[in-house]
Design a protein. Structure first.
Length: 134
């Protein structure tokens, strides 16, 4: 590929990264503390007819919307800008649980944007391998 082709292929992920916090903003209560509380309301899955169902409240829908958006973008742009590399499909409840576990260990970040805290949690759990070194 030419340098122009490389620039074109890098433009979409870059633009999406710039828009991701705006897209997520529509589904965010705001702070990491608020998102933790919203995700905590989601509760544990209920097994019915051999399938898992999540109990939802209006507040937990914020958690669902936020982490479904993050989930989609991790698969689209994870290693090309977000620094999150997943080797297998990860569900939005798994992403929310990762965020909640990270937040519990980093409670001092309660006033920070949930998005930034969530991305740090995902980078910690799903880091990209550095090729080469330098």
């Amino acid at each position: 590929p030419t340098q122009g082709d490389q620039m074109k292929s890098a433009t979409l992920p870059f633009c999406a990264m710039l828009l991701l916090p705006i897209v997520c903003h529509s589904a965010e209560p705001g702070s990491a503390e608020d998102m933790y509380e919203a995700c905590a309301e989601m509760g544990k899955p209920i097994v019915k007819d051999g399938r898992n169902y999540l109990p939802f409240t209006p507040k937990s829908r914020y958690c669902e919307g936020a982490f479904r958006t993050i989930q989609a973008n991790v698969y689209l742009f994870g290693s090309r800008g977000l620094g999150v590399c997943v080797s297998q499909p990860v569900s939005f409840p798994d992403l929310a649980t990762t965020f909640m576990a990270y937040y519990s260990k980093n409670i001092d970040r309660k006033g920070h944007s949930y998005f930034l805290v969530a991305m740090d949690a995902l980078r910690e759990k799903h880091p990209c391998q550095v090729v080469g070194g330098g």
